[in-house]
Design a protein around this ligand. Structure first.
Ligand code: HEM
Ligand SMILES: CC(C)=CCC/C(C)=C/CC/C(C)=C/COP(=O)(O)OP(=O)(O)O
Length: 297
């Protein structure tokens, strides 16, 4: 294409695909599954790793596409979401439904080829996200607790893919990512409060940007930090953490806690945005530390 023929349409098929599957979020979810796999596995199989990444992406992509079909009339009301492919009219509901259905079948089949339990947890995730969390979002802020279940499954899913067993180890990984989601999401719910209100969503625990929400955000950050260091005490079976790694993970936790406290003190959207960024950095970094620690221990 010549330089003068700059396309006027900003959205391509590829960008629509990225949006309907929410690529950035999906990749970070897949990242946590890979971390869980590396933590659980004795000998890395690149085949299983690739299947997990692909199957995981299909499942999360399908969940997000179903979610955008269900919420198309609400997404059109919010600034953040009104340019998504369906509300903006670039993708029909039928196309999105075909993508979501094909991805569900592909995702489940690929996860099943790893082992049955992995497919079962994948199925539970997509069911809870699309059939329970999404409809509950307009009804009660408690929906976030339901959404946090499929959100937390991917980290433990990796362990289950590696071992075909469920126990204290994947349970701990689940708990860690489960509790982390509250500071992550309430920070988002805070700075997107006005936009969410346009769509009729009240996602903060008290329904408002108030001290109550900020205190709960701090409390869940503390639970997250406590769970993150439990493996150092040798009570989580095969899931272990060295003292040095636990200190590093704890320090990252204090970093996130600092931003949660800043939100309490300042009560601003800027502080909430900073906490959201800190939360994403935190979960990525601690998963990396857990994995490195396993391989160098
Ligand atoms: C209850 C569960 C969760 C809710 C309600 C939630 C909600 C959201 C929302 C609404 C955004 C977009 C923020 C914006 O537009 O500025 C976002 C961003 C993000 N979330 Fe979450 N999330 C949840 C769980 C997770 C999980 C489990 C992960 C990863 C393991 C994750 C990783 C991310 C990342 C990396 C971003 C930034 C990239 C992006 O904007 O797409 N989230 N989350
Ligand atoms: C293995 C498997 C299938 C895992 C599913 C993982 C998954 C889809 C996690 C998402 C977590 C979540 C509740 C995101 C928010 O969506 P939202 O609907 O609140 O976001 P929106 O406001 O942007 O629509």
């Amino acid at each position: 294409m010549s330089k003068t023929a700059t396309p006027r349409v900003k959205h391509s098929l590829l960008s629509d695909f990225k949006e309907i599957t929410k690529m950035r979020l999906a990749l970070s979810v897949v990242f946590s599954s890979i971390a869980g796999y590396l933590l659980g596995v004795d000998e890395v199989s690149f085949k299983v790793l690739a299947l997990l990444a692909l199957g995981g992406y299909f499942m999360v992509g399908a969940s997000n596409a179903f979610n955008q079909i269900i919420e198309k009339d609400l997404d059109v009301l919010m600034h953040r979401t009104r340019n998504r492919p369906i509300p903006a009219g670039r993708m029909s509901v039928k196309t999105a439904f075909i993508i979501a259905s094909v991805f569900t079948v592909l995702g489940l089949s690929i996860l099943y080829s790893i082992n049955k339990q992995t497919a079962m947890f994948g199925a539970i995730s997509i069911f809870l996200y699309t059939c329970v969390y999404t409809p509950l979002k307009t009804k009660t802020p408690l929906s976030v607790f339901v959404g946090a279940i499929p959100g937390a499954i991917p980290f433990m899913l990796g362990w289950v893919a590696a071992t075909d067993t469920f126990g204290i180890e994947p349970g701990t990984l689940f708990a860690l990512q489960f509790f982390w989601q509250f500071p992550h999401f309430w920070a988002i719910g805070w700075f997107l409060y006005t936009d969410y209100k346009r769509g009729g969503f009240f996602m903060l625990p008290t329904g408002k940007q108030d001290k109550g929400t900020a205190v709960q955000t701090i409390m869940y950050t503390i639970w997250t930090i406590l769970i993150s260091i439990v493996p150092v005490f040798g009570i989580t079976g095969e899931l272990k953490l060295s003292i040095i790694a636990a200190v590093i993970v704890f320090a990252f936790g204090l970093f996130m806690l600092f931003y949660a406290i800043q939100l309490f003190k300042k009560m601003t959207e800027k502080a909430a945005k900073q906490l959201m960024l800190a939360s994403v950095l935190y979960i990525t970094l601690i998963q990396i530390v857990y994995v490195i620690d396993k391989f160098i221990r």
